[in-house]
Design a protein around this ligand. Structure first.
Ligand code: NAD
Ligand code: UDP
Length: 364
């Protein structure tokens, strides 16, 4: 396996918190393939150490990994000391389940806010100047019809869940901290709906328990793990009555982080805090996603229409012009290819489950 040297200026060292997770792992792959050295900090609260094997299979490189909780200031401090010369932080680590955040708000406020505060306090202490932060289109709530597609100037709406509120508060904390002139700049990326898996099917989304998000539920239904998909409402004011979202391929999303990092490291930022929408610019309905999934993968997704899910936004999709022009980044992947990658990943997970059953039988 290729070993990396921590102290080569041509391979900047990047700290990726939450790098074992869904979006983080895909971003680590893109970083490694672009010549960056990566240290992942993750407490594995929503991921497994096996993700490292997937990253290594794709890239030929095993990134540094530290099983550390971002809430642990002292342990995090030691990471900055151990890996001297960190150039930037990409901060993915957060809890993200909307429903759980309603039941356990303090868990969310502590985890998502205190983690960021620790990072922002430690960065200047260790002379780290750049942070890329994972934000969300949830900050826009339901935009007014005249604000669709939504751009970065659209008003921020009151959050509808503690999770959404943590993203808004995090954005405010970053703004205030950067403007206090402690030598930090930040790029905040507002993701729309990330879907799909790496084309190799070596990494992908690993929902624990019953999935909340649409795509893992669709693919688990298609493979027979779930009886049927519940489509939450077909009486919305949209062409087919189901909700509309901007589904963005996770590898495209990951690549945007590399571009954002390059912008920061080459001192191209025009403001100390920059915000970018990361979406395709195209809205698709739940029904369009289900039908396209069935068609491109030649599988059935049994579904039934049920009542609306509380708190759902009727329709939102991105105006990604700023990311297209300023970052020079554009979503490339078709929704058809992306939905095929979801299916390949689901099939890979099935094989892994079957292997585990065989192994446990043999060890009995
Ligand atoms: P994920 O749960 O797959 O990954 C998050 C990772 O962070 C996990 O590996 C988890 O173990 C780790 N983590 C959580 N708290 C931690 C802590 N205190 N210390 C160390 N590690 C910790 O989630 P994801 O989908 O990859 O999301 C990544 C980021 O993007 C999150 O900030 C999320 O809020 C944001 N985001 C996600 C979506 C989405 O739909 N997936 C949309 C918008 C924004
Ligand atoms: N959705 C659905 N059934 C599910 C999960 C989601 O009909 O089992 C719908 C949901 O109502 C929304 C869309 O799919 O309109 C995307 O939901 P998801 O939770 O993936 O993302 P978010 O609501 O955060 O945009």
């Amino acid at each position: 396996m290729r070993q990396v040297d921590l102290h080569t200026p041509e391979h900047p060292l990047i700290l990726v918190t939450g790098g074992m997770g869904y979006i983080g792992s895909h971003t680590v792959v893109e970083l490694l393939q672009s010549g960056y050295q990566v240290i992942i900090v993750d407490n594995l609260s929503n991921s497994t150490v096996k993700v490292l094997d997937g990253i290594e299979k794709i890239t030929g490189i095993r990134p540094y990994f530290e099983n550390v909780d971002c809430l642990d200031y002292v342990a995090l401090d030691k990471i900055f000391i151990k890996y001297i010369g960190i150039q930037a932080v990409i901060h993915f680590a957060a809890r993200k389940a909307v429903g759980e955040s309603v039941e356990k708000p303090l868990l969310y406020y502590r985890n998502n806010i205190a983690s960021l505060i620790n990072i922002l306090e430690l960065m200047p202490r260790h002379d780290v100047k750049h942070i890329v932060f994972s934000s969300s289109c949830t900050v826009y709530g339901q935009p007014k019809p005249e604000d669709l597609p939504v751009n970065e100037q659209a008003p921020i709406q009151p959050a509808t869940s503690p999770y959404g509120n943590t993203k808004q508060i995090n954005e405010e904390i970053i703004n205030d901290t950067v403007h206090a002139n402690i030598g930090i700049n930040a790029i905040m990326l507002r993701y729309f709906n990330p879907i799909g898996a790496h084309p190799s099917a070596e990494i992908g989304e690993l929902p624990i328990g019953v999935p909340n998000n649409l795509l893992p539920f669709v693919s688990q239904t298609a493979i027979g793990l779930r009886g049927e998909l519940k489509i939450f409402g077909n009486d919305y004011n949209t062409p087919d009555g189901t909700c509309i979202r901007d589904y963005i391929n996770v590898v495209d999303l990951a690549k945007a982080h590399v571009v954002a990092l390059q912008r920061m490291l080459s001192d191209k930022m025009e403001e100390k805090v920059e915000v970018f929408n990361l979406g395709t610019g195209r809205g698709l309905s739940v029904m369009e996603i289900v039908k396209t999934f069935e068609q491109v993968n030649n599988v059935k997704v049994p579904y039934k229409i049920v009542g609306r899910r509380e708190g759902d936004i009727e329709q939102v999709w991105a105006d990604p012009t700023k990311a297209n022009t300023v970052l020079g980044w554009k979503a490339q992947e078709t929704v058809e290819n992306t939905l095929q990658s979801v299916w390949r990943w689901e099939q890979k997970l099935k094989i892994k489950r079957e292997q585990q059953i065989e192994e446990s039988k043999l060890s009995e």
